[in-house]
Design a protein around this ligand. Structure first.
Ligand code: MV4
Length: 446
């Protein structure tokens, strides 16, 4: 097994990876910006290296600084976490060229899934259902012609996109020119490529994603799905597994589709296939080739430590079980707790004066926060994840209610009051929500 791993990230995920390493007897190297010298992941790691100024572009995204830190400290592997360099194929390649293992899929797999059009092509070849759509668009007239064939409404997306940036909807031919030009401009600004394509726009889908694990010997297992439809401006707020919208047969169909697609490309490591689900049908959207923020709800119901498995797989180990051995138990829900005003969502960095995390049966809190910690203003505002597990969805909702009530965070505003409101809504309690439900109803919450 690896003796020493460098964690190329910050925040709760850096701590999450550190914990998996320690439990496996692996030494850890933290990297941090000048703003993060007092962070918990830096304190707990065996060694720490400052890799640059606060701005992420100068530190957590600084590939050569991270590779230098890895070389100097003599690590065997680098775990990229999520965000930052986790889906940068060039970085993964660079790591391997230095004789260091990249804890994640092969660079060419990251590269293919980063190209949303190629990912669609691959999906079609593997028999995954996709929304009706087009190739790269050549002009406004080309876009009009293709939209006429597909039928309105349509959505224009960036080829290098993801995460909702650069997406524009057109409801009729008159709206095409603006949607096409704006999508191209946003794509150019965000991804430095202005290539765009078109899909039929699904109006009220749910966002359901599938967690898979694959080793280097062609073994793939599916660890069930997560429903991530509770979101706002493309930021997930609450995720749950299993999806209240699926029956056993649909779940099995989705799992088998995802599993066979991953077998076909010889995928390696943990990965997530994203689907839209509408009127009983699934449509493949894109694949994330990294560990995801919401992985703990899958860990709760599967009993599998996903980060531990990523480390084992990167070290050339085989999955020690088959699909038949996977039993998904009960239900789990995650609330993302952000240091933000719960009404306006304006980030609220500052000093945590009081911190008491909830506990008890079925309650997990993943966070880097400690009492007296000063949240730097330079990064994502998520400061904790509350993950609650239980046998039934109703039981989990009761448990979540009491866990949110127990949470004490003073010094900064947090989104805890928002979570309390969401889980009290009848539609949420009944599992009746789609990707637009939160944004359409939030103003009526009390
Ligand atoms: C769509 C869609 C409707 N129809 N594609 C948003 C993020 C990116 N991964 C894809 N997204 C969407 N693609 C078609 N053909 C609606 C969305 C979408 C969305 C998807 C998942 C979760 C939240 C979302 C919020 C707005 C739009």
């Amino acid at each position: 097994m690896f003796e020493k791993v460098l964690i190329a990230n910050r925040g709760e995920v850096a701590l999450r990876i550190h914990r998996a390493c320690r439990e496996m007897g692996i030494k850890t190297v933290a990297v941090h910006s000048e703003a993060d010298a007092n962070a918990m992941h830096v304190r707990l790691a065996d060694e720490a290296v400052c890799i640059g100024p606060a701005r992420a572009a100068d530190s957590y995204l600084n590939k050569s600084a991270i590779i230098s830190a890895a070389t100097i400290t003599g690590v065997d592997a680098i775990h990229p976490g999520y965000g930052f360099l986790s889906e940068d194929a060039d970085f993964a390649e660079m790591v391997e060229e230095h004789g260091i293992a990249f804890i994640g899929p092969k660079p060419e797999q990251i590269r293919m899934m980063g190209d949303k059009l190629k990912a669609r092509e691959f999906a079609k070849e593997c028999g995954l259902p996709v929304v009706e759509g087009s190739d790269a668009l050549q002009s406004i007239d080309d876009a009009k012609e293709k939209a006429a064939t597909i039928g309105y409404p349509i959505i224009i997306k960036a080829k290098a996109g993801g995460g909702g940036k650069g997406m524009k909807i057109a409801n009729n031919e008159q709206e095409i020119a603006t949607a096409y030009m704006m999508a191209r401009a946003e794509a150019k600004a965000s991804f430095s490529s202005d290539e765009v394509y078109m899909e039929k726009y699904l109006q009220n889908p749910r966002h359901i994603e599938v967690q898979i694990l694959a080793d280097s010997y062609g073994h793939v297992v599916c660890l069930g799905e997560r429903d991530c439809s509770i979101q706002r401006q493309n930021q997930k707020i609450i995720e749950e597994t299993p999806s209240p919208a699926l029956n056993e047969q649909q779940r099995k169909e989705l799992c088998e589709l995802a599993k066979s697609a991953m077998e076909k490309i010889g995928y390696v490591s943990a990965g997530t296939l994203e689907f839209l689900f509408e009127n009983g049908k699934f449509y493949f959207l894109e694949m994330n080739t990294r560990l995801q923020v919401e992985h703990p709800i899958t860990e709760a119901v599967s009993g599998i430590d996903i980060v531990r498995e990523q480390l084992r797989i990167a070290d050339g180990a085989k999955l020690g079980y088959t699909q038949d051995d996977i039993k998904l138990n009960g239900c789990a829900i995650e609330c993302r707790i952000n240091a933000e005003d719960p009404e306006t969502f304006v980030p609220n960095a500052g000093k945590i004066t009081e911190w008491h995390a909830p506990g008890g049966l079925g309650v997990r809190v993943d966070s880097e926060i400690y009492s007296g910690y000063k949240i730097p203003p330079f990064y994502d505002s998520m400061i904790a994840k509350l993950i609650v597990h239980g046998r039934t969805r109703n039981g989990v909702l009761m448990r979540l209610h009491r866990a949110l009530e127990e949470f004490v965070i003073d010094g900064v505003k947090t989104t805890i009051p928002l979570h309390q409101k969401i889980i009290a809504q009848p539609e949420y309690i009944d599992g009746l929500y789609d990707i637009h439900w939160l944004e359409n109803n939030i103003r009526n919450f009390r």
